[in-house]
Design a protein around this ligand. Sequence first.
Ligand code: C5J
Length: 243
Amino acid sequence: MAMASPTSTSRGIVAAEPTPIELDWTATALLIIDMQRDFMEPGGFGETLGNDVSQLAGAVPPIAALLKAARASGMLVIHTREGHLPDLSDAPPAKVERGAPSLRIGDPGPMGRILIRGEAGHDIIPALYPLDDEIVIDKPGKGAFYATELGDVLQTYGIENLLVCGVTTEVCVNTTVREGNDRGYRCVVIADGCASYFPEFHQAGLAMIKAQGGIFGWVADSAAVLKAMTPDRSNRVAAGASR
Ligand code: C5J
């Protein structure tokens, strides 16, 4: 692997598992999966399925830190939202009719109709709200590539690497990473920037990505990515001090 110059700002080496990975930041996007009120707050889709939504809160501060750094560096930021058209024409009956939730997709709930585009519950949580010029991809499925413009967007911006975070680890994050991996993207999943309603599924979801030499991608903490994004000026300081 080619090593980045210590003063380079366009490349960085992330301390990831199963191996460190060098990334060209100009070809890297931050992909934030489904940080919507419907999954994160009481009364939404996640809770109607019987889940404890407080399990997901820990992912917010690491994502916020990465989002701040990405915005400051000019990195492409993409947010996704899972949800359906008001007439449910893009919602397969097999999804709508599944299980025994307290409210089904499309039913009226405390944050509007469950998992429907344009409703309050479908929106992204205030702490991570997209800026006007950031890309928001609406997706009907679990994977962010299925039936969306994501692939075209990434191609347009020359993206080769994805920093993937969001919820939930084993569902929409994993599905998106698998789709991205098959399309040739290097996916680095942010361990503390993902969460599951089931802590054991979070761990298993990360383990599956990085197993077998990184069969689907890499896993790193947000701090490791932030460190790699920060130019190392120690050489310049040392050189200046010796003059
Ligand atoms: C789920 C998601 N869990 N965003 N969606 O249904 O992971």
